[in-house]
Design a protein around this ligand. Structure first.
Ligand code: FAD
Length: 292
């Protein structure tokens, strides 16, 4: 299928891109990797009259900055670059653990991580990761710049709080505090498909190897990423004394997933429970081996 007709804009600076977005507002869309937008347009689910291609803005939007506190990526950092970045993997391992489940390598070579956040698909991995880590998105328009916490950024399925004239210029994934371990996995019919259910976990332990906190977020379960805080169930318990089956049941009883062609609601509940059992154990084990 072909896309509807549109006017193509190729700005040379972010300022120019923002001017075009301000001028055409509701009729314009940002084109980043095109891995979601182009199929959506080909299926005629969206028909923006103006496309603002940001791919020439490499000087301003390609930075990948890492320190012990977290990872900041510009809007043109492709999934594949972030996935392979060793410093990012050392600082915030959850990012790479999740990225290897995003689509296929060819799509990750082109798709951008910030684009995935802006697309806000409930079946996408990176919105869940941003929410679980308590990260944020930086958005800019001719009206100025604002920083939007993950908890406020996702407002509905395929809907972020970005204004029509706003460009997401960067995103920030903070590292969990202290002695932490993370894990991510998902279950799909074929590798690279969108997940029937996925989960990320962050476990933080103290010096006595007892839980300080335990958080989990699911993929393909909620309209917007929701962080489930299991800390009350495990606080003060040694990591090897936790009954992971109890954690699985706890999560299963608190979610209300949709049923669709890919999986029934009950099956998704079951998958969430299985992933919780497996990943909470894995994340805690990694926290034990973390060297500070
Ligand atoms: P685009 O397609 O260019 O844009 C997507 C949307 O975000 C558009 O509305 C666009 O206007 C907006 N946008 C993009 N960048 C910005 C910005 N900087 N500021 C404001 N708005 C912006 N994704 C997954 O997470 N998991 C998967 O398993 C998965 N499987 C896939 C399988 C296939 C076959 C395909 C084609 C794609 C798949 N994807 C999957 C999507 C892929 O990860 C996309 O790369 C990603 O969702 C969007 O990134 P993009 O850079 O391609 O954005």
């Amino acid at each position: 299928m072909k896309t509807p007709k549109f006017t193509y804009h190729a700005p040379r600076t972010v300022a120019e891109a923002l001017d075009v977005l301000a001028e055409h507002s509701t009729d314009a869309k940002v084109l980043a990797g095109g891995q979601s937008l182009v199929p959506v347009m080909a299926m005629r689910l969206a028909s923006p009259a103006h496309l603002v291609d940001i791919n020439r803005l490499t000087d301003e939007l390609s930075a990948l900055e890492v320190d012990d506190a977290g990872v900041r990526i510009g809007a043109l950092v492709r999934h594949a670059r972030l996935e392979r970045d060793e410093a990012a993997a050392a600082s915030v391992p959850l990012v790479g653990q999740a990225l290897r489940h995003v689509a296929h390598p060819t799509i990750r070579n082109r798709g951008t991580t910030v684009g995935s956040l802006a697309h806000a698909d409930p079946s996408a991995e990176m919105p869940t990761v941003l929410a679980l880590l308590g990260g944020h998105v930086v958005a800019r328009s001719v009206r100025g710049e604002r920083t939007i916490d993950a908890a406020d950024f996702f407002v509905g399925p395929m809907e972020s709080c970005l204004g029509y004239d706003e460009l997401a210029v960067a995103a920030y994934f903070p590292a969990p505090p202290g002695r932490f371990g993370t894990a991510f996995d998902e279950i799909c019919r074929r590798h690279g498909d969108y997940a029937m259910c996925g989960a990320g976990v962050v476990a933080v332990l103290d010096e006595a190897e007892q839980y300080v906190s335990l958080k989990l977020s699911l993929v393909s379960v909620n309209d917007v990423p929701e962080v489930l805080d299991l800390t009350e169930v495990v606080r003060g318990t040694a990591y090897d004394e936790v009954d992971h089956a109890v954690l699985g049941d706890w999560v299963r009883d608190r979610i209300d997933p949709p049923g669709d062609l890919h999986a029934s609601a009950d099956f998704r509940r079951h998958l969430a429970s299985v992933l919780t059992k497996r990943l909470t154990r894995e994340a805690a084990a990694r926290a034990i081996t973390t060297t500070e």
